[in-house]
Design a protein around this ligand. Structure first.
Ligand code: HEM
Length: 508
């Protein structure tokens, strides 16, 4: 045999072996007799993602197809066999009861080579626990109250921006974009202590960065699929996902901010001040990892995640709420009435307590988040093999990804009859009592739920209060009915949310 023929034979043997391994991997659930849909060889069960289907659509389809078949079904996240949970008892065990085995998300992070990925959402294990303990006091209701006036200040700027458009006889525009400017300015103020001014100038630096964050990727789909499927290997290969321009921007902003505050003795009531506290004082001297001081790059990563997790989630939810209220103006009127009456009850002052007192407001936002959970799923990773209690055949192997299909649960007609209907009555105090806590998961649940939930709710309630007191929203020719979604992982509307807006005085 010539050397060339030998080489070809070795190559063929190697390729056959890789094919065999992949084939075995892609038959994982079949060999174990667990219900699943046949996967595509490369895309697994995510075929069409980003092109023809959103992640939410895929999850909903799998959940609806397999619901009732057992505690979970199998599916393939690209090449990775994963679990999709179907029953409440198991959801509760994973998120709460047996949390210690499911504390990790198992997604890519590489603090050394990609510093912005070293944040609370991505970190796992001891690193996550230490950070969560340090950051939890940042989000108490006392701290929220401190930040409330800053949000009101930005809401005033929102009113100025709306008035400016109305004055130039503009009555229809994209409310998703306008709400994104509002929450960018709120988070910019609270997380970075910076006046971002995107409401005045939609091309302000922070807003541009926000758009880049959602729209730009460091790699193409193949490399991204590799990093998502093999996050530990990607870290060992020193790979990064964050575009360099974004990393440089946030590192610069935080560094400049710290320098400015230290030079001028500035102490704000914002996240940055709290992060700066964690960067010095008693923390510096501590040997204990739970108390160790945060480095500037760790601080930047946390401010960054507050920005990423905090602006688009809240702004898109706000825009979805305006959309539903525009389609059902009687609900809009009812909420407006509640706003006025509650403010009157609170001596004509819109305070933090007054905001907390608006029950129908809470219902409208909860129903918006049921119908449009921006994060359509929750992710956890098993730390050790886990046999589902009472189901010996159902084993979640160590290292396996576990998906909780929020969107499937929120559209399950047995939990929410007529799920396409927008009905805030589903969240009356009495109705909520009749359901399980894990039937509503827009902020997740258990010790790893959304740390910024209170802040997100606060900025959404302030935004709606200011807007509905002054303006009436109705659909227009550009309003998409029914709503269409982008084909991405988060649940975003396709082509914005265009609505007609009129000052309230013009009502007949
Ligand atoms: C409507 C607004 C928001 C929604 C729908 C939302 C949703 C979520 C969801 C679904 C999770 C995962 C929870 C889980 O796995 O159980 C999460 C985690 C997180 N969110 Fe939010 N979020 C919102 C606002 C915010 C805000 C305003 C901030 C910060 C200022 C924030 C910061 C975070 C962080 C840091 C995590 C990771 C927590 C951890 O892993 O310990 N979120 N969020």
């Amino acid at each position: 045999m010539s050397a060339f023929a030998f080489l070809i034979a070795v190559l063929l043997a190697l390729l056959s072996f890789i094919y065999y391994l992949l084939q075995r991997r892609m038959n994982y659930w079949r060999y174990r007799g667990i219900p699943h849909d046949a996967p595509h060889f490369f895309a697994g069960n995510l075929k069409g993602l980003m092109k023809t289907r959103s992640f939410a659509e895929i999850l909903r389809e799998i959940y609806t197809h397999h619901r009732g078949s057992g505690p979970f079904c199998g599916y393939y996240l690209f090449q990775r066999p994963a679990v999709l949970v179907l029953d409440r008892a198991l959801i509760k065990s994973i998120l709460i009861k047996d949390f210690s085995n499911f504390a990790d998300r198992g997604i890519f992070h590489n603090e050394k080579d990609d510093p912005l990925t070293g944040h609370l959402f991505r970190l796992d294990g001891k690193q996550w626990r230490g950070l969560r303990n340090k950051l939890t006091p940042t989000f108490t209701s006392g701290k929220m109250k401190f930040m409330f006036p800053t949000i009101l200040k930005v809401a005033d700027q929102l009113m100025v921006a709306v008035e400016k458009r109305l004055a130039s006889d503009e009555h229809v525009w994209d409310w998703k974009e306008m709400m994104a400017c509002f929450t960018t300015d709120v988070i910019g103020n609270c997380a970075f202590g910076i006046e971002c001014n995107s409401l005045q100038d939609p091309n302000a630096e922070f807003r541009v960065m926000g758009r880049k964050l959602i729209g730009s990727r460091r790699h193409g789909p193949l490399i991204n699929a590799f990093i998502n499927s093999f996050p530990n290997m990607a870290r060992r290969l020193r790979m990064a996902i964050m575009p360099q321009e974004i990393t440089d921007f946030f590192l610069r902003i935080v560094r400049e901010n710290i320098e400015y505050r230290e030079r001028n003795g500035v102490h704000g009531n914002d996240f940055m001040s709290i992060l700066m506290e964690l960067n010095k004082g008693k923390h510096l001297k501590s040997e204990n990892d739970q108390l160790r001081a945060l480095s500037v790059s760790e601080m930047t990563a946390q401010a960054f995640v507050f920005f990423v997790a905090g602006f688009e989630t809240s702004s898109t939810t706000l825009a979805f709420a305006l959309y539903e209220l525009a389609l059902q103006t009687d609900l809009q009127e009812r909420l407006r009435k509640e706003i006025e009456e509650t403010i009157q009850r609170h001596n004509d002052e819109f305070t933090y307590e007054c905001m907390e007192d608006m029950q129908y407001m809470k219902q409208v936002l909860s129903e918006t988040q049921r119908k449009y959970p921006i994060a359509p799923n929750l992710m956890r990773q098993a730390a050790a093999d886990y046999v589902v209690p009472g189901h010996p055949k159902y084993v979640i192997r160590k290292g396996m990804m576990v998906t909780i299909p929020t969107i499937g649960i929120h559209y399950d007609p047995e939990i929410y009859p007529d799920p396409e209907k927008f009905d805030p009555e589903r969240f009356s105090v009495e109705a909520v009592k009749l359901r399980d806590s894990v039937d509503w998961l827009p902020f997740g649940d258990g010790p790893r739920n959304c740390i910024g939930m209170r802040f997100g709710q606060m900025q959404m309630r302030v935004g709606l209060t200011y807007l509905l007191r002054r303006y009436k929203f109705t659909p227009c020719a550009q309003t998409q009915i029914p709503m269409e979604f982008q084909k991405t992982f988060p649940l975003f509307p396709q082509g914005g949310i265009h609505l007609k807006v009129e000052p309230i005085e013009t009502r007949t």
